[in-house]
Each structure stands twice: as structure tokens, then as C-alpha cells.
Design a protein around this ligand. Sequence first.
Ligand code: FO1
Length: 322
Amino acid sequence: MKPMNTSDLSHRPPSTVHRRIVALAGGVGGAKLAHGLAQILAPEELTIIVNTGDDFEHLGMYICPDLDTVCYTLGGLANPETGWGRVNETWNAIANVERLGGPAWFRLGDQDIATHLERTRRLKEGQPLSQITKDFCKAWGIQHTILPMSDSPVRTMVDSDEGELAFQEYFVHRQCAPKVRGFRFDGVEGAESVVGAKEAIDAADAIVICPSNPWVSVDPILKVIKKIARPVVAVSPIIGGKAVKGPAAKMYTELGIEPSALAVANHYRNILAGFVLDNADLSMENDVKKLNIETLVTDTFMNNFTDRIRLAEDVLHFIGSL
Ligand code: FO1
């Protein structure tokens, strides 16, 4: 990936579309669009609400993969190869855990472990995850607001042909091999959104569902938020029938649905005002429109920093046109 500088954009006019946006994001794909939006929108114009359904406790530490991915990405600290974890990482701690016979399937880097240790210490003192995240963002120089979806634990459970599996057990340890039959979000009924989330949504011009996995990254956030009385625009995480990253397409297939951008639009059809699909899926535009959803067909693949900003600008202009 190219280094993070804005010089590539010097030929572009500055965006004139400045709006109040709440972005809903899971991990790597969601973080990329959120990062693009953060280059255009001022800190008071953008709030990012992040999935915590794939959080888990491991090696005595409380780990928030999606939250950390979004924070590291906006802070310019993310590993550009994986999208998760830290750039310029070292792996001494996990290598030594492995040497002692401990579980090393979840690759935790040394710098990343510092995040989990300090977060775990503060959680054990009774501090809420949202406050800890706010303080971490300040320390990492992040000005935009990043909120975990809830301060109470919600756990994504995967119903599979091998029984019910905790999300990271399915995703990382089992490499998504078991066949998916459904999902359960343990604790979601009692989970409230964090302070500031509802207020940001009510004050927003639009809600942007980032290109994250609809089943396991976005649905948990939507279930916690419950009601959105603002226009919602989603960006498809599926291009040409394939997930850009992760198991979304495999999940669709195993749930008996052909994976496509149209299937994603269908998934969100009750809440969508607009849907952004890739040029590769132009042939589906009319079928999405038939769902009473406005469409934008553009290049949604984010290969570098410039792509993130370009897609964010496209999405903001689209919102302005709705
Ligand atoms: N994903 C992997 O596929 N393998 C890993 O070893 C791994 C470690 C890891 C460590 C910290 C972190 O914040 C994320 C990590 N992820 C890893 C990614 C993560 O578990 C998933 O991408 C998300 O949960 C899905 O959104």
C-alpha cells in the first residue's frame, strides 16, 4: 500500500460537501471508508460507531478487534498489510507464549498487547469501554469521535455445522471452515448504545453503513441502536459476487443466498435510502432501484489512501443528492 500522504490529491478540488455523518463500521473495510470520511469531515462532523460483537477475552486480556482496527487506522498506526494490528509491529510476547505451550493462534503483536493490557486494567477498575476508547484516541492523536456500540458485552456467536462457536474461534482459530447456519448476538437485548451515540444519530444528516460484513459486523450495531430516524446509505462490501475481505460471501452462500451487492441491498432494504455499488455490479442497479432505494454506481474498491478519500467524497456527494 502507498504511504499515507495527501499529495496524490493535489489535483482534486477540496470537497465542498460538509455534512454531519454517523458511520457504522466493523473491521478493516469499514475502517478504510471511515478513514476516508475523516479526511473530509471535521471532527465535529463525523462520529464512528464500531461493532464490539467480535470482542473477546484471550490470554487474560480484553480484546476489541474492530474498535482497535478503526482506531489504529484513523491514528495512522494500522498494519497496512493485514489491516488489523499495528504497523512496525514486533511479535516477541506471542512467540514466547507459543514457546511455553500457550495459545498463539490469535496473533497479538507487542505494541497491540499494550493496548489490551491497559484497556483490561481499566475495565477491571470498572471504567466504561467508551471512556477508555476516548482516552486512547486522545493519546493516539485521533480527533474524530470513535464510539464502541455499547459499554456492555455483546458476543457474536456463530451457529455452525460444528455447533455454536464464539466469533474469533470461528473466524481466526477455525479460519471460517465450519459451515454457517445463523448468528446470535449474546447480550444484545440488554445492551444500550453508549452515551453520545443516539445524540449523534439524531443530529446526523445521514448514517453511512461502511463496507463491512452485514451479518457479523453491521447487524450487531443495528440491533443495539434499534431505531434510526435518519437517511441511511450503505456501501456494498461485496463486489462482483466476492467479499473484498473476509467471509461475507461464504456466509451468504451457506445461508442459501447468492452473494451479491443486490443481496446486501436486500439485507438492509427496510432502512436504506441509498446504496452504493461497484461499477462491476452495474447490471444490478435497476434491481436495487426496484427496492425503492436510490443508487450510486462507482469504484468502491479501496486499494490505497487516495481511494478511501475518493470513495468518501463520492458517498458524501451522493448523500447530498438524496
Ligand atoms: N485476524 C486473523 O485472521 N488472524 C489473527 O491472528 C488476528 C489477530 C488479531 C489481533 C488483534 C486484532 O485487533 C485483530 C486481529 N485479527 C486477526 C483480526 C480480527 O480478529 C478480525 O478481522 C475481526 O474480528 C473481524 O472484523
